[in-house]
Design a protein around this ligand. Structure first.
Ligand code: ADP
Ligand code: MG
Length: 462
């Protein structure tokens, strides 16, 4: 039998057959290395870059161990951000499709507390959440973790970098010592070693490909003289490479807005993502970027933490990151899953010492190249492929993605392949449609009915 086949594991046959329906034909390297130990009940530290399949590694471990008939919280998964917790919960639900009556609950900040208390009263098998909100529930006694037998720290490096150390300690103190602890991380800074020593028992270390993928990320470095040229350089790089989706990293919140504003002034569809946005604006920003109706997202490292945006064509470092680890993490967001990615970093004279720091950690020889020709700026800026339409009805109104798709593509409607991502929130929904069919799509949704009701529909202007 192929050693990297899931069938080589002592996994419930239903879990295995479900993996086939998910088209998970083989284990990824990190899964192949960690799952045998995880299934044997060992504590495991697994380090692997983003996209290496860490979620299924711990997910299959905890699902295999779970006793559905025992309606108690048996596993806790801690993640750094709400977005990541949602993704992990979704992946777990996919993996658990064949397990009837399994209840997976997310507990994150940024959403009201009360409904979470209600959900907790109904019970759950697995909790996925962010440290802050989990700790809040523990303090208010709305959550008890004394039946947990598996603890997962996902993206542990990020959680520590965000200052969650004390909160994690407080949470872990409420979980029985007799448990399995699994720790996942993209990097392995010293802080992780120390937390691992404190909370894990003879952990097994599994490490896969710690660096970025040299072959799929092209790195470019450009020297600029001042901030004006830095700004122009961003436009030049966008014109030269014409990426569909670009993430620009800035060091400060103020800069993210300035860069986004300047790009917008020059006709790019750019959005700034920073900590001052309220949850709704943040969600909307991410939706517009991931559904390709905005091409450039300008963010700080903090704001971009935990964003899992696939198929990013380019990352631009407006300045070089403060250290090599952050740099590797930033550029690792492009070129995922075999897609070719471009990483461009801008630096001035004063920052050139940082290049030397990167050189130690990153294999390819880092040189500097000339900026693309200014004549590129005379060309028209390509608009994004999609438009976002907002519908004032969502999950609470029982609107489903299929209803929206149906309304758009029904009689005299637009083609299914002109409909992009659909995102459902509680009271509204967003759907991306191809740019050229925006008007008919708007008309179709506005005139038609969803779940027998008419909802207000509007275009979100870029
Ligand atoms: P990580 O947590 O390491 O960043 P994820 O767990 O989010 O990575 O996995 C990245 C992607 O790979 C997800 O879309 C997931 O569904 C997919 N994936 C995971 N394991 C497999 C597998 N064995 N075969 C195919 N796809 C997989
Ligand atoms: Mg992950």
């Amino acid at each position: 039998m192929n050693p990297s086949s899931f069938a080589s594991l002592s996994l419930n046959p239903e879990l295995i057959s479900n993996l086939a329906t998910l088209a998970y034909t083989e284990m990824t390297p990190i899964q192949a290395q960690s799952l045998p130990h995880i299934l044997a009940g060992k504590d495991v530290i697994a380090q692997g870059k983003t996209g290496s399949g860490k979620t299924a590694a711990f997910g299959l471990g905890l699902l295999e161990k779970l006793d559905v008939k025992r309606f108690r919280i048996q596993a806790l998964v801690l993640c750094p951000t709400r977005e990541l917790a949602d993704q992990v919960a979704n992946e777990l639900r996919k993996l658990a499709r064949t397990i009837h009556n399994i209840k997976i609950l997310t507990l994150c900040g940024g959403v009201p507390f009360g409904p979470q208390v209600g959900s907790l009263e109904h019970g759950a098998h697995i909790i996925v959440g962010t440290p802050g909100r989990i700790d809040d529930h523990l303090r208010k006694n709305t959550l008890k973790l004394d039946t947990v037998n598996t603890l997962v720290l996902d993206e542990a490096d990020r959680m520590l970098a965000m200052g969650f150390q004390d909160t994690l300690d407080a949470i872990i103190a409420r979980i029985p010592a007799q448990r399995q602890t699994l720790l996942f991380s993209a990097t392995f800074p010293k802080q992780i070693q120390s937390i691992a020593r404190r909370i894990m028992k003879q952990p097994i270390m599994v490490q896969v490909d710690s660096g970025h993928e040299n072959d799929s990320i092209q790195q470019h470095f450009y020297k600029v003289t001042d901030d004006r040229q830095r700004m122009t350089a961003v436009r030049l790089l966008l014109m030269k490479y014409r990426p569909v989706s670009t993430l620009v990293f800035c060091n400060t919140k103020k800069e993210t807005q300035e860069v986004a504003d300047e790009l917008i002034r020059h006709g790019f569809s750019a959005l700034a993502l920073h900590g001052d946005l309220d949850q709704r604006d943040r969600d909307q920003t991410l939706i517009r970027f991931t559904n390709k109706s905005a091409s450039v997202l300008v963010a700080t490292d903090v704001a971009a933490r935990g964003l899992d945006i696939d198929a990013l064509d380019a990352v631009i470092n407006y300045q070089i990151a403060r250290d090599a680890e952050v740099h590797v993490h930033r550029i690792g967001r492009t070129g995922r899953a075999g897609n070719k990615g471009i990483a461009c970093s801008l630096y001035n004279d004063k920052e050139s010492y940082k290049l030397a720091l990167l050189d130690v950690e990153i294999d390819p020889i880092i040189g500097s190249q000339a900026l693309p020709s200014l004549s590129l700026l005379d060309k028209p800026v390509a608009p994004p492929a999609m438009h976002t339409l907002q519908i004032d009805g969502g999950k609470k109104q029982k609107v489903r993605a299929g209803d929206i798709l149906g309304a758009l593509t029904g009689e005299n409607g637009i083609e299914g392949n002109q409909v992009g991502k659909i995102y459902l929130a509680d009271n509204w929904a967003y759907v991306a449609v191809s740019r050229e069919v925006m008007k008919p799509a708007l008309k179709k949704l506005g005139e038609g009915k969803l779940k027998g009701r008419s909802f207000r529909v509007r275009l979100i202007h870029n």
